[in-house]
Design a protein around this ligand. Structure first.
Ligand code: NOJ
Length: 543
């Protein structure tokens, strides 16, 4: 079967825009400094008005919060920090009433060590759940069974005195990996998916999906010849045997089958792999894999037109038949786009995200231009940053509270938030930016609305038109509709490059600069201001 044919309709996630919410940082309603579900409920009108269609919540399940919810102690309950199951049901209903879809974060690779399954598993070598996790005897010297390194630094093996074996954890020692080769684990976890699908959630973002299956023989990983001191410790070895094993694709296909038991649900995979391996997660003809393997290339690319144009070209070429593209500018694990590209470029970054071919995922706070927030050493929360203070980026910087207004604590909370606000929060907040013509927030809103009315932006083919040191231009073409996107990456004004014939006499239909009653501009004569972008309509419907 092909995604473009049989399973095609209705595929809402091809047309719609996803908004990632980090629940701890969105809106606090019970004044404990941490965001919660009632907070998100209260902000639904904002989310709907922003113009996104679907929101994905980072984990909200019962958890000791060692990795802020990516350490789940019970997959079927809501952590009290975020609220109750009634709060969740209310949020889901209200989201749907607002025409919004809700996607949950499924964390299948590991549980918390406080999960009942792990408590049982570690109880004895003969416990019925022993084989639900990955237990190995020590190496002959008593050390760990192999050289695998945790993603958060240090050995990925933890010795458990009680039973004299090591268990494997790809992340924190308190996040033991489940053994997905065990059919009982599969069945229990697929039932977790059904539990939420039965409630009516619209899909899942699946955490570290490429990690689920490990080498059957647990062979050592080879050293990485390119490792340089200062890089995270995990980079010392190449992850040849610890992740992305051939058998993963059968497992993903099984997971997809569970999703397909329900109508219109979405499965996104979190995958940090080189392009050619990442696209394999679409599965056969896009039918047996995840619908959207997250495309993180813009997250890791230098902010230069040639680099970006190059990666768009490579990505478009690598997509398998039936594979629908997607783009991500920021997330809770990486430096935000306004920090990477600079505040002046945040507008064209938004234009890029929302005009390239594919489903865009927007990260909360990017719409107000949140950049890297300074975290004083005594307020560092990120367990990775604590474990590897010198090597890695502190993820807290991209997880700071949403800034809603100039009121106390930026309207986020009635008390000091769990992470600091940005220095400029009195000006950089939703209430202020909403009133400011030309603000980034208003640009996002205009863009999202524009995208909704332009089938060519959603479905049109992508074609590169011009790439220079400062300018990137591409078109999106659908039947007779043609839109040309021109982005100025420099801090100087730049004249538009010579335009293809199909845009002669075309006019500017969208500009990153907000102007009341814009004069009709002939596309050929445009000069773009520093960091500005425009969209020109060409083809037969030029003006
Ligand atoms: C990926 C998540 O995005 C990250 O935040 C988390 O720490 C790891 N998976 C472990 O679950």
């Amino acid at each position: 079967m092909n995604m473009g044919s049989l399973r095609r309709e209705p595929v809402w996630w091809r047309d719609e825009t996803i908004y990632q919410i980090y629940p701890r940082s969105y809106q606090d309603c019970d004044a404990d400094g941490v965001g919660d579900l009632p907070g998100i409920l209260a902000r639904l009108p904002y989310i709907a008005e922003l113009g996104v269609d679907c929101f994905w919540l980072s984990p909200i399940f019962a958890s000791p919060m060692d990795d802020f919810g990516y350490d789940v102690a019970d997959y079927r309950s809501i952590d009290p920090l975020f609220g109750t199951m009634d709060d969740f049901d209310a949020l889901l209903n209200a989201a749907h009433s607002h025409g919004l879809k809700l996607v949950l974060d499924f964390v299948p690779n590991h549980t918390s060590d406080r999960h009942e399954w792990f408590r049982e598993s570690r109880g004895s070598r003969t416990n019925a759940k022993r084989n639900w996790y990955i237990w190995k005897d020590p190496a002959p010297d008593g050390g760990p069974p192999n050289n695998w390194i945790s993603n958060f630094g240090g050995s990925a093996w933890e010795f458990d005195e009680r039973t004299g074996q090591y268990y494997y954890h790809a992340f924190l020692a308190s996040q033991p990996d489940l053994n997905w080769r065990n059919p009982e684990v599969r069945s229990a976890m697929f039932d977790v998916l059904r539990f939420w699908l039965d409630k009516g959630v619209d899909g899942f973002r699946v955490d570290v999906i490429w990690h689920l299956i490990k080498d059957a023989e647990f062979r050592d990983n080879p050293p990485n010849p390119e490792y340089r001191p200062g890089q995270p410790e995990i980079e010392k070895n190449l992850q040849v045997h610890s992740a992305d094993q051939p058998e993963i694709h059968d497992l993903v296909a099984q997971m997809r089958d569970v999703i397909e038991e329900y109508d219109n649900r979405l499965m996104i995979g979190e995958i940090y792999l080189p392009l050619e391996r990442m696209v394999r997660y679409y599965g056969e003809s896009g039918e047996s894999g995840v619908h959207l393997p997250f495309n993180f290339q813009l997250l890791q690319c230098q902010w230069e037109p040639k680099k970006i144009a190059g990666l768009v070209k490579e990505y478009e070429a690598a997509l398998p038949e039936g594979g629908w593209p997607n783009w991500v500018l920021s997330n809770h694990d990486q430096p935000r786009i306004a920090a990477r590209a600079g505040a002046r470029q945040a507008g064209i970054a938004a234009m890029l995200l929302l005009t390239l071919r594919g489903t865009p995922t927007l990260y909360y706070g990017d719409e107000i231009g949140l950049a890297e927030v300074d975290i004083p050493p005594d307020r560092i929360q990120d367990p990775w940053a604590r474990q590897e203070p010198d090597a890695s980026f502190n993820r807290d910087k991209a997880r700071t509270p949403m800034q809603w207004s100039s009121k106390e604590n930026a309207g986020f909370s009635g008390t000091q938030p769990w992470l600091p606000l940005s220095q400029d929060w009195r000006e950089r907040n939703v209430a202020q930016l909403d009133e400011q013509p030309g603000s980034l927030l208003r640009l996002y809103k205009r863009l999202l609305a524009f995208r909704k009315n332009e089938p060519a932006l959603r479905d049109g083919a992508y074609r590169e038109i011009h790439v220079g040191e400062t300018m990137f231009a591409y078109e999106r073409v659908l039947d007779k509709e043609r839109l040309l996107v021109l982005l100025n990456f420099s801090d100087d004004p730049v004249a538009a490059p010579p335009l293809p014939d199909s845009y002669r006499g075309g006019t500017v239909v969208f500009s990153s600069e907000e102007v009341d009653n814009p004069p009709e501009q002939d596309a050929a004569a445009i000069t773009l201001r520093p960091g500005a972008g425009v969209i020109v309509r060409g083809g037969e419907n030029r003006s």
